[in-house]
Ligand binder design. Structure first.
Ligand code: C2E
Ligand code: CA
Ligand code: CA
Length: 716
């Protein structure tokens, strides 16, 4: 169609065309820049992550292709210029990249690209199938470390098509030439060359520029040029105004769609940023927990590769909380930000350093490493860490603890490896920090079992699963004198766990204090119900060192006794020599008070302690419980017999009652009586029993005929 056009209309049309061509130009430049910077950040990702797992690279590459219209294929060209890996969509065509790389012109591009560390664009290449493509080459360079190129192939038609909007929306076609060749066109052949604008675009310095031509669609020609009735009668001036209005409204519409596309861009950017954030720590810019776990997961899941070994260092800064507490969190953050640099001085490029959160880091060291090498490396790291770090004039010295686990030796899953490294770290901290520990399955299993047990003990306490069993004690005539309360842990299946399984942990965790008080109160209550018929029996209660050193020991004891109206002189506390001498002054003070109240004190496990016996004179002690290890062997072992004799004699001299515990046989009993031992306790008379059993059997237990007792085979 031909148009009759007046000069004023041509001017306006040209203005509109010019505007459209400028927009097209800047969109193409903007998109090309976005593309190269996207590519550059991909390079950075893989530089930082050296020792890349192919699978990770592939998924990154695949994402890149998916989000970039017109990009069909991406290659990692290694530094010998052969293809290391490539990732491709279902391609429209086949391209022999290797032969393209061989071309002298491409060689030159690769050289320049590497030299300038800048992306290079190839000239347009037409494939056998008739598609026009170009390559972008992105060098992978870090300092003087060169690891080849990323090459992407761009299908020009697809790429530009995404950038320039639909002619039906804009009212303009676009056509692009590389040299004489048309590489893009979204409209019919130009008929009216008078209505076009063109611009030239050079993507890089040594590639021929492309010529873009922009011309109007029929529709817009009609819109612009068909005069509206009142316009026709109103003369040229108004037509120009109307055309300008059209231009303006079109421009606004265009602006809106530009804004829309900017908004889309912005969202995409945010998306990219989010995926960066999802994989990196915002403070230190190190890969984060998510990243490192995924990385290891992918590595371990990759069945195609012979599994190369690697080591994991789990690092925790010692007392980092103190930095935060004394200097403030801002300074703490500044310090953390300095760590990547410090790590970089010790670890190699191919090692991955990730921040697990807080002051915890993971270093993945790829490759087989001897334990001694790791130890040396960790040693250097710990040493490096100790140099003062300057933060705003504050010289801060750090130390750290390191746990080491190795693949495949110490686990086959990411969870296993991390938790084993963590277990080793835990042990390093336990050793006093500023040191390392290498995972050792035997040691760590014990530690883990212990940890599990600690949790169970807490639970047991909450569920009142600790109970007292009672074991009777007799005088030489077979009269019941009292019972010793011995702790048991009731299991789910109603079996009872013995103290040797848990008492040490209760002590270590300090749980013994609250459990003891709970059970003491219960014992007092239970025992009172027996005392109605057996007024003189004594309750013996074992007191651990932790309980004795508790500042509220005396007041708490008194409170509970009073609460139950429990007569003081019906209570005996059993303490070991070790407990008493831990803090002699405190023990003396407490024992004096107990004696003043009429509470008896017995030395438990007597004879096993190494302490001098002279302390017996200083402590007001009522009874000695000769340790059952002496009783066990007394009939076979002369030394033990002698020792027992001595202990009994000493008791007589100091006017202290002697008690034999662990009596199992008639022979032992007879011998002990003969030697003058005062009191007896053991399986020969009764095993420790639950309170209900004790209560039910107490009449039978209260007076027994020694001669009728049957010896038992030692169960120790
Ligand atoms: P212990 O105070 O020396 O308690 C005597 C232990 O000897 C008890 O072991 C008792 O069951 C056992 N026994 C009694 N007669 C015989 C016998 O004829 N032969 C043998 N082989 N053993 C006999 P149990 O109940 O397993 O308690 C072990 C240790 O756990 C106690 O040794 C005590 O140190 C501690 N313990 C038990 N209950 C408590 C408690 O409530 N508080 C504290 N702090 N420690 C407790
Ligand atoms: Ca005892
Ligand atoms: Ca004992």
């Amino acid at each position: 169609m031909a148009y009759q056009i007046r000069q004023s209309q041509i001017n306006t049309l040209n203005q509109i065309l010019k505007g459209q061509s400028d927009r097209t130009r800047s969109q193409i430049i903007y998109n090309a820049q976005e593309l190269t910077s996207d590519l550059a950040s991909m390079v950075n990702r893989w530089l930082v992550d050296g020792g890349t797992a192919e699978k990770n690279w592939r998924s990154d590459a695949r994402n890149f292709i998916d989000r970039t219209a017109g990009v069909n294929e991406i290659w990692w060209i290694d530094n010998t210029l052969s293809v290391r890996w490539s990732e491709t969509l279902e391609s429209l065509h086949h391209i022999d990249i290797q032969s393209i790389l061989e071309q002298p012109e491409m060689r030159e591009k690769l050289r320049i690209s590497r030299q300038d560390n800048l992306p290079e664009y190839s000239r347009v290449i037409t494939t056998d199938e008739g598609y026009d493509i170009i390559f972008i080459l992105m060098p992978i360079v870090f300092d003087d470390y060169f690891d080849g190129f990323f090459a992407i192939e761009i299908y020009i038609d697809g790429f530009i098509d995404r950038i320039v909007d639909d002619p039906l929306d804009t009212g303009f076609y676009t056509k692009a030439y590389a040299g004489d060749e048309v590489v893009y066109r979204n409209g019919p052949e130009l008929t009216q060359h008078s209505y076009l604008e063109y611009f030239e675009l050079n993507l890089d310095a040594d590639t021929d520029g492309w010529l873009f031509k922009v011309y109007p669609t029929e529709t817009i020609m009609t819109t612009i040029l068909s005069p509206l009735p009142y316009v026709v009668f109103s003369g040229g001036f108004i037509i120009v105004v109307m055309l300008l209005l059209t231009l303006l409204s079109r421009y606004k519409a265009k602006q809106q769609s530009l804004q829309l596309s900017l908004e889309v861009k912005r969202r995409e950017k945010i998306q990219d940023k989010l995926s960066y954030l999802a994989n990196h720590d915002a403070l230190t810019h190190l890969p984060n927990r998510h990243y490192i776990t995924e990385y290891i997961e992918h590595y371990l899941a990759d069945k195609t590769k012979a599994k190369k070994p690697f080591s994991l260092l789990f690092i925790d800064l010692d007392h980092f909380k103190d930095v935060n507490d004394t200097l403030g969190h801002a300074m703490g953050d500044r310090l953390l930000m300095k760590l990547p640099e410090l790590f970089g001085q010790i670890f190699r490029k191919q090692d991955i350093i990730a921040r697990m959160g807080g002051d915890e880091f993971i270093i993945l060291l790829p490759g087989k490493t001897e334990e001694e090498n790791i130890i040396a490396l960790v040693g250097r790291f710990l040493k490096q860490l100790k140099y003062p770090i300057d933060i705003e004039g504050h010289q801060i010295r750090l130390t750290g603890s390191v746990g080491v686990a190795m693949y495949p030796r110490d686990g086959s899953t990411v969870n296993e490896l991390l938790s084993n490294a963590d277990a080793a770290l835990y042990r390093a901290k336990d050793k006093g920090r500023n040191t390392y520990a290498i995972y050792d399955s035997v040691i760590e299993h014990k530690a883990q079992a212990r940890l599990k047990l600690v949790n169970q003990l807490h639970e047991a306490q909450e569920q009142n699963r600790f109970e007292m069993f009672y074991q009777p004690r007799y005088d030489a005539q077979g009269h019941l004198l009292g019972t010793e309360a011995l702790m048991r842990w009731r299991q789910e299946d109603c079996d009872y766990a013995q103290p040797k399984v848990f008492i040490e942990l209760l002590e270590d965790t300090g749980l013994i204090v609250s459990v003891s008080w709970q059970l003491f109160s219960q014992s007092c209550q239970q025992f009172k119900t027996l005392m109605a018929n057996h007024k003189n029996i004594v309750l013996s209660f074992n007191v651990s060192a932790k309980l004795l050193e508790h500042p509220e020991f005396l007041s708490r004891l008194k409170y509970i006794l009073d609460e139950h109206k429990f007569p003081y002189d019906r209570l005996e506390l059993e303490l070991t020599e070790q407990t008493l001498i831990q803090d002699v002054e405190n023990s003396q003070f407490i024992l004096n008070q107990l004696t003043a109240w009429g509470i008896n004190v017995a030395i438990d496990d007597f004879g096993t302690g190494y302490s001098s016996l002279s302390y017996l004179k200083n402590f007001p002690v009522h009874a000695l419980k000769i340790d059952k290890s002496f009783i066990r062997d007394m009939n076979e072992d002369k030394d033990d017999l002698e020792l027992i004799k001595t202990m009994i004699l000493m008791g007589q001299n100091l006017n202290i009652t002697t008690v034999a515990e662990g009596v199992e046989t008639q022979a032992q009993l007879k011998q002990l009586i003969k030697m003058g031992c005062d009191q007896f306790q053991g399986y020969l008379f009764s095993h420790p029993t639950s309170f209900n059993d004790l209560k039910a059997g107490i009449d039978e237990l209260s007076d027994i005929d020694f001669s009728a007792l049957k010896s038992i085979n030692s169960v120790d």
